[in-house]
Design a binder for this molecule. Structure first.
Ligand code: PGA
Length: 250
């Protein structure tokens, strides 16, 4: 059985005070969440305080991005080992906002994926098509290309220590969620594609759905056979919404 996971991607949001209220609220409401694994991904600058607040908690924390490089003259960048130094267990790689706004190519994303694993971080690899690509019936082609770039560089065995998040770009922050059937169909495609290389790895891999997940639609999405939880943006900034989503998964 794959253990469900709910990961909160705070994006570029939150003061220290807001983060403290959010983390405190999540901690207090966890009793109703049975076995789902809960992760929060704050902006880099909040990682140290979040790490302090969550030390000893069942909630883990991670980064939203990392450098593909180990260390050195890369002004403004943060390495995987720095995230590890502050107790991060996971890191998001290849979020569509990084791909679209910061020009991250499939190759860059693959290198970041490998950099994360090389220091013991579990990468959460985001894949997903734009609206134009979906309308041109390119969804599977795009997702396959994004996935294959990582598998080509890191190898299929590396997927055993990774999580994939299917996030259709048209559903992110738009309030327009993929239907459970639309999401399930892409999740099943991802699993089947990896199963061509290793049935065991594919079966064990957790595939999260992301894109306008809310308390109101979480249960239906998570009820699909190949959806193993969610990567939550906007709704992860609201304690009650986030907890309700965690309960739906757990
Ligand atoms: P959203 O974002 O839940 O606000 O749509 C999801 C994401 O970008 O990970």
């Amino acid at each position: 059985m794959r253990r469900p996971m709910v990961a909160g991607n705070w994006k570029m949001n939150g003061t220290q005070a807001e983060a403290a209220a959010l983390v405190g609220g999540i901690e207090q409401g966890l009793a109703g969440v049975r076995h789902a694994e809960i992760l929060v991904c704050p902006p880099y600058i909040l990682v140290p305080v979040v790490a302090e607040w969550l030390s000893g908690s069942r909630v883990t924390w991670g980064g939203q991005n990392l450098s593909a490089h180990k260390s050195g003259a890369y002004t403004g960048e943060i390495s995987g080992s720095m995230l590890r130094d502050f107790g991060c267990s996971h890191v998001i790689v290849g979020h569509s906002e990084r791909r679209a706004l910061y020009g991250e190519s499939d190759q860059t994303v693959a290198e970041k994926f490998r950099a994360a694993q090389s220091v013991g971080l579990v990468p959460i690899l985001c894949v997903g098509e734009t609206l134009a690509e979906r309308e041109a019936s390119q969804t599977e082609t795009v997702v396959a290309r994004q996935l294959d770039a990582v598998v080509k560089l890191a190898g299929i065995a590396a997927m055993d220590n990774a999580i994939v998040a299917y996030e259709p770009v048209w559903a992110i922050g738009t309030g327009r969620t993929a239907t459970p059937e639309q999401a399930q169909s892409v999740h099943a495609f991802i699993r089947a594609r990896l199963a061509q290389l290793s049935a065991t790895v594919a079966e064990r891999l957790r595939i999260l759905y992301g894109g306008s997940v809310k308390a109101a639609n979480a249960q239906q999405l998570f009820g699909q056979p190949d959806i193993d939880g969610g990567l939550i943006g906007g709704a992860s900034l609201d304690v009650e919404e986030f907890l309700a989503i965690c309960r739906a998964a757990g």
